[in-house]
Design a protein around this ligand. Structure first.
Ligand code: NDP
Ligand code: DGY
Length: 330
């Protein structure tokens, strides 16, 4: 009797929508991390051991020498449930001949919408409004015409740090609010993105000084870890609002706390923090002018399904020795 062909082994460190996973299960032996917590480092290493392909995500799943050594030399492909690649040692994967895929584009709309949602929610102090209603404060301060007064987007200066796919998608949406100006900064001028929306390239300092809303949408690299430090907050307007949908490491959180508490800046809306999850004891959570969401920007049904399909396409391509649909490098 001839031996049945062995199915390639895939470890998914994150559980994904059933439809996409079922497509993968028809062709691979899939092990999905169980439980409602992210895998611990040890569980992640154990899960990766002996696998042909890995599905990872940025939260706690660092792909480094230890992980690649533990997985073994049969590992062909790693696909991350993210566009961001800051948790993956790309050079080492290249060196080892392990293909890496990610999920650009399909998540741009959802992430941009969350960026705009955070900006509007902080501008109009939605967190404080909800609290005031729940606490029965509503009605007791009616004669104060400035009670919970917010900030208008119309007429404001928007500063985008990182005019990539998501930064541009946010800028385009905000342009519809009749803003007075859109500024952007980065390592390079991006006229192909900036010119159609009339966005102006400025230095980081100029952006801080002039913007009413500063939206952080850059990818993370050595040039921007801790970019928003005490000195940066001092350069911002006292009424400015910071929105971060990039990565927590771009912001020095102690400096942010001080800036928000002292009125150096007006408010912050963060989808990303350091660490994640942000401990409930974090001083940031005591501030009425700081709104934090749990790294949820891509989480719409449409986008999560699209990410899953793209991940499966990439995994199958990598296992079959074909080019990935959305490779992190060529
Ligand atoms: P892109 O590669 O299209 O854009 C990244 C942008 O970052 C580029 O325009 C780049 O410009 C800019 N950048 C890099 N370094 C700096 C710097 N020092 N200062 C200013 N800008 C900089 O990526 P996406 O737009 O698709 O995604 C951006 C990031 O958003 C991801 O890498 C990820 O970290 C984060 N993200 C977060 C999500 C969430 O759930 N909160 C969801 C999806 C993405 P230049 O090269 O000119 O510097
Ligand atoms: C990304 O795509 O980089 C997000 O952070 C994933 O959740």
């Amino acid at each position: 009797m001839s031996e049945l062909p062995k199915l390639p082994k895939v470890y998914a460190a994150i559980s994904m929508p059933l439809e996409g996973m079922n497509r993968l299960r028809k062709l691979c032996q899939v092990t999905v991390h169980e439980g409602n917590q992210d895998p611990t480092r040890q569980e992640f290493l154990d899960g990766a051991r002996g696998m042909d392909a890995l599905i990872v995500c940025p939260k706690t799943m660092t792909v480094d020498k230890e992980l690649l050594d533990t997985a073994g030399s049969q590992l062909k492909v790693i696909v991350t449930h993210s566009v961001g690649l800051d948790h993956i040692d790309i050079d080492l994967c290249k060196e080892r001949g392990v293909k890496v895929g990610h999920t650009p584009d399909v998540l741009t709309t959802a992430t941009a919408e969350q960026g705009v949602a955070l900006l509007m929610a902080t501008a109009r102090r939605i967190q404080e409004c909800i609290r005031a209603v729940k606490d029965g404060v509503w009605g007791t301060v009616w004669d104060n015409a400035m009670w919970l007064a917010g900030k208008e987007i119309a007429g404001s200066v928007i500063g985008i740090v990182g005019l990539g796919r998501i930064g541009l998608a946010i800028a385009k949406r905000l342009a519809a609010f009749d803003v007075s100006k859109i500024l952007y900064t980065g390592r390079n001028l991006r006229p192909e993105s900036a010119d159609p929306i009339g966005a102006e390239f400025v230095t980081f300092d100029q952006l801080l000084e002039q913007s009413d809303f500063v939206v952080v949408a850059c990818s993370v690299n050595d040039s921007n870890k801790g970019l928003f430090d005490e000195a940066a907050f001092k350069k911002m307007k006292n009424t400015a609002i910071l929105v971060n949908i990039s990565r927590g490491v771009v912001v020095d959180q102690d400096a942010l706390y001080n800036a928000l508490k002292s009125g150096e800046i007006g408010a912050a809306g963060l989808d990303v923090t350091t660490p994640e999850p942000l401990p409930t004891s974090s001083p940031l959570l005591t501030l009425p002018n700081c709104l934090v969401t749990p790294h949820i920007a891509t989480c719409t049904v449409t986008t999560r399904n699209a990410m899953c399909e793209l991940i499966v396409d990439n995994i199958l391509a990598g296992l079959e020795g074909r080019s990935l649909k959305t490779p992190a490098f060529l």
